[in-house]
Design a protein around this ligand. Structure first.
Ligand SMILES: [Zn+2]
Ligand SMILES: [Zn+2]
Length: 80
């Protein structure tokens, strides 16, 4: 699962998980669209990899913790 880092490594701009302006490389180095396109020219300065739009995590998936701690237990004959 992606870490979805919260900000741009270059300018420290906030990049929330549902932001359309986040760019990442394959190592999840994270930058905003402005830095990625204008300052870094689409290349990660750390690893030289391509910077691509980060998939967004939105809605219910954003609110839900990565691993559920809620037990699902449905006894079939507990009450009548
Ligand atoms: Zn930036
Ligand atoms: Zn990188």
């Amino acid at each position: 699962m992606l870490q979805l880092r919260p900000g741009c490594e270059c300018c420290d701009r906030d990049l929330p998980a549902d932001s359309a302006d986040a760019r990442i490389c394959s190592f999840e180095c994270t930058f905003c669209a402005g830095c990625a396109e204008q300052r870094l020219l689409g290349r990660c300065p750390n690893c030289g990899g391509e910077l691509l739009p980060r998939p967004r995590r939105v809605g219910a998936a954003l609110a839900r913790p990565p691993a559920s701690t809620e037990r699902v237990f449905k006894p079939q004959a507990s009450s009548a």
